[in-house]
Write a protein that binds this ligand. Structure first.
Ligand SMILES: [Zn+2]
Length: 359
C-alpha cells in the first residue's frame, strides 16, 4: 500500500483548520519495535533530524520573521499569550543531518525519537526528533556540544504555539509529536510503580522499567483529556468568560479537565454548571486538537444553553457574558477583550460560530 500525505491529513472541516492538528506524517507504529529503528533511520541519508528544547523547536533564522525576540518565550507555557508577540510570516523547521548529529543522537542518555515517515511517489523520508536538553547530561556540565553551537549560530527556538500557525502541515505535525513525546520523557524519568529508572523504547514512544523484578513493565505517555465547549443561547449569542488566572482582558469559552471515570459529555455539562451556572441542552462533538502543554488533548463541543441566566462561580471564573456576532467583533476591534491565540482550538471554535476569522 502506498501512503501519501493526504492519507494522514485531517478530514473534518473543523479539524482541518486547527494548527496543532495538521499532521500528515505516517507515524509508522509498526516500525517502532525494531530496537535499532532510530539508528537505522540515522544511517539513511534521506532522514531529517529536527531539534526540540522544552516546548520549542528549532527553525532556520530568517529575515522574513518579525519580532524574533518574542520567539524566545520563557513565559509559563500554560498561560494564554497574546498573538501580538507571535512571529509573522512562514517559518521553516531546521533539519541538520550528518555524522555529528548521528553521534549526539546515539550517545548514552540521549533522547532521539523516531517520528515516522513521509512516503511520496518513489522516496521515503524518515524523521527523527533530538531533545537537546539532554545533550551533555552524561558528560558533565563542562561538555560543549558542536551541534548546539551550530544550532545557535543558524537557528531560533520557537515555542510550538507560535510555530504551528506559521508552518507547513507536515512540519507542524512533526513539532507537535516531538514536543509531546519529549515533554513526557522530561517529566517521567522513573517508573511510577517501583521507582527504578526507565529507558526509552519503541523509537522513543514508550519507556521500559529497568528493574528486572518489575517484569519488564511498559510505560506509555499519559495524555490528559480536556473538554472545551462553545455555548450558545436561543438568540444564537456565544458565551465568553474571563478566568481569574488569565490576563485582564482575555476571554474564552468554557473548558476543563475530564475527571477519572467521567464521560466527555458529562464533563461538558458539569463544567458549564460549575463555571457559569448554565445547564446545557443538546451537546455535539466538533473535533479535537493535541495540546502538549504539557500533555492535554482538547476535545471540542458546541452546546445549547437551556436558559441565558449566568451565575459565575466567582472563584475560577471572574465574569462571563453573552456576545452577538457584532458585539464580539466590536469588542475585539476596540481592544475591550482579547480573544484566544491563533493556535488554540478555542479561537477556531469562536471563529466557526462567527462565520469568519477574527481580526
Ligand atoms: Zn518499575
Amino acid at each position: 500500500m502506498s501512503w501519501s500525505a493526504w492519507d494522514f491529513a485531517s478530514t473534518s472541516g473543523f479539524t482541518a483548520s486547527l494548527p496543532l492538528a495538521q499532521s500528515t506524517i505516517d507515524l509508522d507504529v509498526a516500525g517502532r519495535p525494531d530496537e535499532r529503528v532510530v539508528e537505522r533511520a540515522l544511517d539513511d541519508p534521506m532522514t531529517q533530524v529536527m531539534f526540540v528544547n522544552g516546548p520549542r523547536v528549532a527553525v532556520w533564522r530568517s529575515d522574513g520573521v518579525q519580532a524574533p525576540d518574542a520567539l524566545m518565550c520563557d513565559a509559563d507555557p500554560a498561560a494564554p499569550r497574546p498573538d501580538a508577540s507571535a512571529p509573522v510570516g512562514h517559518l521553516n523547521m531546521a533539519f541538520i543531518a550528518g555524522p555529528a548529529v548521528r553521534t549526539e543522537a546515539l550517545r548514552e542518555g540521549a533522547l532521539a525519537v523516531y517520528l515516522g515517515r513521509d512516503r511520496t511517489e518513489d522516496r521515503v523520508v524518515r524523521y527523527i526528533a533530538l531533545d537537546v536538553t539532554r545533550l551533555g547530561e552524561q558528560t558533565g556540565p563542562r561538555y560543549e556540544s558542536d551541534l548546539l553551537a551550530r544550532i545557535g549560530a543558524s537557528c531560533d527556538w520557537v515555542e510550538l504555539r507560535s510555530f504551528a500557525p506559521c508552518a507547513s502541515a507536515r512540519e507542524a505535525g512533526l513539532a507537535v509529536s516531538a514536543v509531546a513525546v519529549c515533554s513526557w520523557h522530561a517529566s517521567q524519568r522513573f517508573c511510577p510503580s517501583c521507582g527504578a529508572p526507565t529507558r526509552p523504547i519503541l523509537g522513543g514512544w514508550a519507556q521500559a522499567c529497568t528493574n528486572p523484578e518489575d517484569a519488564d513493565r511498559l510505560l506509555f505517555p499519559r495524555i490528559e483529556p480536556a473538554v472545551i465547549t462553545a455555548i450558545v443561547d436561543d438568540s444564537d449569542r456565544i458565551l465568553l468568560q474571563h478566568n481569574r488566572a488569565w490576563r485582564p482582558r482575555f476571554h474564552s469559552v468554557s473548558a476543563g479537565f475530564v475527571e477519572a471515570g467521567e464521560s466527555l459529555e458529562h464533563a461538558v455539562r458539569r463544567e458549564a454548571v460549575e463555571e457559569v451556572g448554565i445547564a446545557l441542552g443538546d451537546v455535539a462533538y466538533l473535533g479535537s486538537q493535541p495540546w502538549p502543554f504539557p500533555a492535554s488533548i482538547m476535545l471540542a463541543f458546541r452546546a445549547r444553553a437551556l436558559d441565558s441566566h449566568i451565575a459565575v462561580d466567582g472563584d475560577e471564573v471572574e465574569s462571563a457574558r453573552w456576545f452577538t456576532r457584532d458585539e464580539l467583533v466590536r469588542a475585539v476591534a476596540c481592544g475591550a477583550i482579547e480573544p484566544p491565540g491563533r493556535a488554540s482550538i478555542a479561537r477556531h471554535m469562536i471563529e466557526s460560530w462567527l462565520g469568519r476569522e477574527l481580526a
